[in-house]
Each structure stands twice: as structure tokens, then as C-alpha cells.
Design a protein around this ligand. Structure first.
Ligand code: ZN
Length: 331
């Protein structure tokens, strides 16, 4: 590679959207964790903030001082560890999380920073949030979810015919729930759930989303063995090109309204324009259970304990079951 070409690529990588008519998705290499910067029309969203303050350097490097929407997919430290620093150092207009409190000091620090920042807190209800001319559809966790991973809030980002799906650390029970009750469409880009763990990818999930690109946000030599070779090969077998932040560094997608997009990475040249058109009609979802125990069919209403899977347990016990049909009588 010539020096001038190398400089050109670096400039493209560091630059913002090529034009205001594009959507930029920046899967930031934050080691073992997640952080995605989404920009369109001068507006910025941050989905997860990695485990440390590293993300603030990245945001500053892009010349940003305002985050229009910050989202915590769930409250584990590898997703919100850097959030309190972001809330302290940047203007954050809206803050949305999965609505599932956690017991850690990191969570307490984050929620205190939200309160001190003046950001308006948004509950993870089914809603669509505008970001420039893109829209972010919030995919709520299953009602009554108590487990952080399976209580991740999902986001479907749409910009014209371009779509991408971000799903935090969802595991199979939550992905299964969304396939059943939500309208999960085919998308161009998927952020693979749960850092490419075996329990964040299923054949049905791959088949429904059928992306051209799958991005795995993962730290090099992490202690969890992420990503699993099986998950990677499932995406590849469906025709997706897999990017990994541990090998590729940050991965940046510039998308156009017609659904075409370009991928660049920190360590490799741009892959050129990728076209993906002609979506099959999206499968009709089953009716999603309405929020609130009164409005949905419950196999059991827990008046004294709390719902856990299909049964009720004492409030002092930790629920280890995936979300089921039991409901809490009170929040
Ligand atoms: Zn995680």
C-alpha cells in the first residue's frame, strides 16, 4: 500500500459520514464489551459504552460534545462501565435502558449519573425514536424479564431501505421471544448478540435476519472464549461477512437510503459498496403481549413472590429461568 493511499484510508476512517445523506454506524473497539455510535443528519446516538472511559476518547475524537440519545442495552459492566463518564462529560439529551435494575456499584453510579446529568429517562417501551432522518425502533425485553442478558433492549435502526439490528447480550430465550412476538425483519447488518457466544445465535435468528454483514464486538483473548466458532460459522453459512472488533478494530458502516452501504475497518481497507435489495415480505409477528399484567394472558399471577419463568418464586431468590408466562402482580 502506498503512503498516500494509506493516508486516504485513514482519513476516510476518521471522517464522519461521507455526506449528510448517509447513516454512520461505528462499532467501536472497546475490548471485551459493546459500544456503537450511530450518526445521521447531525444527530448522535450511543448504544452501550464499553467497560471503561475509552469510549469518551472516541467520541471526542469525532468532535462530538452532545449525545442525543444514549442507550444501555442492559446493565452489565461491559456495556455501561463507560456510561457514567459519558453522562458527566457530554450533554446527553435522552437516556434509555432496559428497565431492569442491577445490584452492582457500576449500575448505581450510572443511574446516579443519569439523574445528575439532566438527561430525560426513557423506559424501554415499544416506541420509535427519530435520529435525523433515521428511526430507531425500540424492541422491548420480554415482560417481567429479570435476567440482564435476556432482558436486553433491542434496537432496529432504519434509514430508508437500510436496516440494522442491535440486540445487546440477548441469549436464546429472548431471541426466541422476539421471533415469536415482534416483527424482526431481514436486515443488512446485524450486531451479533452476546459477543458471538454460542447462546446468542440460533439458526432461526440467522434465517430471519439474513444479513450481509455480521459484526461481533469482542475483546482479544477474552476469558469467555467469545466468539464461538459455531456462531461464526452459522452467520458465514448464511452468506454474511463476519467482522470482529478484536481482529478488525473498530468497524464502520456508511449506509445509503437505497439500502447500499460500505464497510471500513480500522485495520483493513474499505470493502466497497455492498448492495442488498429485494427483501422478502417480512413475516407477520404474533400479537405481542401488551404491557402490564392485566392486559396479557398470564398462566400465573404472583401476588406475594415474583414471576420467574412459568412460576412464582420468593422475592429474595434470584430468578434463573428465562422469561415465561408468569406475571408480577406489582412492578
Ligand atoms: Zn456483554
Amino acid at each position: 500500500m502506498t503512503a498516500s493511499l494509506r493516508i486516504a484510508l485513514v482519513l476516510v476512517f476518521a471522517a464522519g459520514p461521507l455526506t449528510g445523506q448517509q447513516l454512520e454506524l461505528r462499532f467501536v473497539d472497546v475490548g471485551q464489551g459493546d459500544a456503537v455510535i450511530i450518526r445521521q443528519g447531525g444527530k448522535t446516538a450511543l448504544v452501550d459504552a464499553g467497560s471503561s472511559g475509552e469510549i469518551t476518547l472516541q467520541l471526542r475524537g469525532l468532535g462530538l460534545d452532545t449525545i442525543d440519545l444514549a442507550v444501555a442495552s442492559h446493565n452489565h459492566a461491559d456495556h455501561i462501565g463507560g456510561m457514567a463518564t459519558v453522562l458527566t462529560q457530554f450533554v446527553v439529551r435522552y437516556y434509555l435502558d432496559n428497565g431492569v435494575p442491577h445490584t452492582t456499584a457500576t449500575y448505581q453510579r450510572t443511574i446516579q449519573a443519569v439523574a445528575a446529568s439532566g438527561a430525560q429517562y426513557l423506559r424501554p417501551t415499544a416506541r420509535t425514536i427519530g435520529l435525523g432522518s433515521a428511526s430507531l425502533r425500540v424492541i422491548p425485553p420480554p415482560p417481567g424479564a429479570g435476567d440482564q442478558n435476556n432482558g436486553s433492549v433491542g434496537l432496529l435502526v432504519e434509514f430508508g431501505d437500510f436496516r440494522t439490528l442491535l440486540t445487546g447480550d440477548s441469549e436464546l430465550p429472548e431471541l426466541e421471544y422476539w421471533l415469536r412476538y415482534d416483527s424482526v425483519p431481514r436486515v443488512q447488518v446485524v450486531k451479533v448478540a452476546h459477543h458471538g457466544s454460542w447462546n446468542g445465535t440460533s439458526p432461526a435468528w440467522v434465517e430471519r435476519t439474513r444479513p450481509a454483514v455480521a459484526v461481533i464486538s469482542v475483546g482479544a483473548r477474552n476469558a469467555y472464549g467469545h466468539p464461538s466458532a459455531q456462531a461464526v460459522s452459522q452467520w458465514e453459512a448464511a452468506g454474511a461477512r463476519v467482522y470482529r472488533t478484536d481482529r478488525d478494530g473498530s468497524v464502520v458502516v456508511f449506509a445509503n437510503r437505497d439500502g447500499t452501504f460500505v464497510v471500513t475497518t480500522e485495520r483493513a481497507p474499505a470493502t466497497g459498496t455492498i448492495a442488498l435489495r429485494g427483501y422478502p415480505a417480512d413475516a407477520e409477528p404474533a400479537a405481542r403481549p401488551a404491557e402490564g399484567p392485566a392486559a396479557r394472558a398470564c398462566c400465573r399471577v404472583c401476588t406475594r413472590g415474583r414471576a420467574c419463568g412459568n412460576t412464582c418464586i420468593s422475592r429474595s431468590y434470584r430468578c434463573r429461568q428465562p422469561a415465561g408466562c408468569a406475571c408480577d402482580a406489582r412492578p
